[in-house]
Design a protein around this ligand. Structure first.
Ligand code: ADP
Length: 426
């Protein structure tokens, strides 16, 4: 294993894993810290997905250090700390405290910090993070319920989260390429800086930054800056040219879609699929009971499982969501639907379903937990940011079977996503 990554949330981990596959590394995503002694997957890179972005800082640090210990025991040569491309964090952390702890544990004195991901409209210029043409603190992120970002100056933001000092590698240096970036980082380290925010406004910059960081024990950033890392390992003769790094085993069996996202993209995808596939709309308002909703759905599905995928969706437009929330409260409404969909997933797998798409970040988390999935091999992307994956060592109710899973964050994917996803498997 060459690269070991620690990601502060689940979909971010998949995003990074997908980037590594696209650039030639066979990659496995772990859900949570693997138990000590668990066999190391056969992969070039492993991404450990934590839920540490908004956890108390001490807990985020402890979990990240546990992940690091497992990765080091697995023999990784370089460690990547993945956070959001909008640098989601608060004055208390968790980017600074986690990076400080990782640097300390690795006995390294310096790391770069680069959330830029130009393909997704995140760029860093003179240390300031832009979302499209807008500064981070005017992008809507200033209203985020958990990690409001009210300052776009990342040198300042990171400085508030660490007792180390933070420097900048500006655009003019980054434009000159890997050598200039490397020399500037060395200079900053010699001046006693612990971190360098690095400007990047296009993919060339990310590749050059990756090359300049070939010798770093720790790299921190969004998934964009991981773009250049696989080439470092190839250049060093450690990583062969892989013809199909996203190869997944063939898994036969009925197919299903479970949708719990109410985002605009998912609503469109559910509407499109309804015209082409057997579809059931769950009505949690009429029937606010997870077990009853699950029983109804499994009953409906019983004679439909076969070669054509089926769709079961709780997804509803804002007024219907608001009605359920008014009746049950926001959290209870979300939990009810998540529980119902997780039970349906377990029931479908028990009835032979082996290819499953789950739409919605929280929904996917609930399903994966219910199925006891701990490890996903990452395959090719269906649409940007959403790969097919194959479960490895499914425990719990999945009972040791392999499943193909596509976990789609609500807003991702084109309108025909649910159809296209199964077509690309053929
Ligand atoms: P996204 O990725 O779009 O944010 P999530 O799954 O993370 O999707 O969040 C969607 C939330 O909405 C989940 O908690 C889900 O249980 C809830 N939900 C789904 N359908 C309904 C509905 N009909 N009424 C109320 N809440 C719902």
């Amino acid at each position: 294993m060459l690269l070991g990554a620690i990601a502060d949330d689940f979909t971010g981990a998949t995003d990074l894993a997908s980037m590594l596959v696209r650039n030639g590394m066979r990659t496995v995503q772990r859900i949570g810290v693997p138990p000590a002694g668990e066999p190391v997957p056969d992969a070039d890179a492993v991404v450990v997905a934590l839920k540490s972005r908004t956890a108390p800082a001490a807990q985020a640090v402890a979990e990240s250090l546990a992940a690091l210990a497992w990765l080091r025991a697995a023999g990784v040569r370089q460690v990547f700390f993945k956070y959001c491309s909008t640098f989601d964090s608060t004055e208390q952390g968790n980017i600074g405290p986690v990076a400080d702890a990782l640097l300390d544990a690795l006995d390294a004195g310096f790391a770069l910090a680069c959330p830029a991901f130009p393909a997704n409209a995140r760029s860093v210029f003179q240390g300031h993070l832009f979302v499209g043409a807008t500064l981070l603190n005017e992008s809507g992120m200033e209203h985020h319920p958990l990690t409001p970002m009210t300052d776009a100056n990342l040198v300042r933001v990171l400085s508030r989260q660490t007792d180390g000092t933070v420097g900048l590698v500006p655009y003019a240096i980054v434009e000159q390429g890997a050598g200039a970036i490397r020399r500037t980082m060395t200079g900053l380290k010699e001046q006693g800086r612990r971190y360098a925010i690095i400007d990047a406004v296009d993919d060339r910059h990310l590749v050059a930054i990756g090359e300049a960081a070939a010798g770093h024990a720790l790299i921190t950033g969004g998934s964009g800056v991981a773009m250049g890392l696989p080439e470092n390992f190839r250049r060093a003769g450690l990583l062969p040219q892989r013809s199909d790094p996203g190869a997944l085993p063939m898994v036969e069996g009925p197919a299903a879609v479970l949708a719990g996202s109410c985002s605009r993209a998912t609503l469109g995808q559910v509407a499109f699929a309804r015209e082409h596939l057997p579809s059931l709309a769950l009505d949690p308002l009429a029937n606010p009971d997870a077990a009853a909703l699950a029983a109804q759905a499994l009953d409906w599905a019983a004679d439909k499982l076969g070669s054509t995928p089926i769709v079961i969706a709780a997804s509803a437009p804002p007024d219907a969501v608001a009605a359920l929330q008014q009746r049950l409260g926001r959290e209870a409404a979300g939990a009810l639907v998540e529980q119902a969909l997780a039970q349906i997933a377990a029931g479908l797998v028990a009835r032979g379903v082996r290819r499953l798409i789950v739409a919605g970040g929280e929904t996917a988390g609930a399903v994966v937990q219910r199925l006891g999935v701990r490890s996903l091999r990452i395959g090719a992307e269906i649409d940007p940011g959403v790969p097919w994956t194959c479960t490895e060592g499914v425990g719990g109710e999945g009972g040791g079977v392999s499943l193909l899973l596509a976990l789609k964050s609500g807003n991702f994917g084109a309108r025909d996503f649910f159809l296209k996803a199964f077509e690309v498997l053929e």
